[in-house]
Design a protein. Sequence first.
Length: 204
Amino acid sequence: MITAGPEIKHQGSVLTRESQPADTLLLASGGTLKGCAGDEVVSVYLPGDLLDVQSLGTRRHAERVHCVTPARLHWVPIPDLERLSRRSPAFQGHLNRAVGRELLACQRWLRVYGGRTVRERIIAFLLDISERMKRLGNSSSHFLMPLRRREMASYLMTAPETYSREMGRLEADGLLVADGLEIRLRSPEHLRRMMPWANSPPRT
């Protein structure tokens, strides 16, 4: 059902295009990817994430997925998923939970953006990345931002200058240390206590 081995895609590769027919589901097992709708960044994918899960319902890609870094991917034919789901209720349940987690994450971000300040959006994003890095067995307080400044600003629905200014204020307040894309959170636990609404829903 899944490709025999992962396929490596180079940085900058475009994997899906909006509105094109979708006959496979992508699973990332390495690298960082972004999903775009038009000129805006709408998704950030890390290892273990299912990509563009909306295509399961519509059979058309909802976003244009790019490789931000070299990425390792598994291509899963959607018809194979459907056949296996019909034969195995246990597999169907596992698939439903996986898709549900991704959709809950999307819905959460919609709630985060509603009425929140840019500072709060940035902190929520940092906490989300912190949790995802922890689940991957990496440091939850020291990591690389998955996107560059302009892409981060697009994802957080603000201007690049505003994003840079708020990151500078967070650093001045002693909440983090930023060196290019490298981030050190002084205390993820403190950030969570500041904004309990920003806690990430589990993805695994």
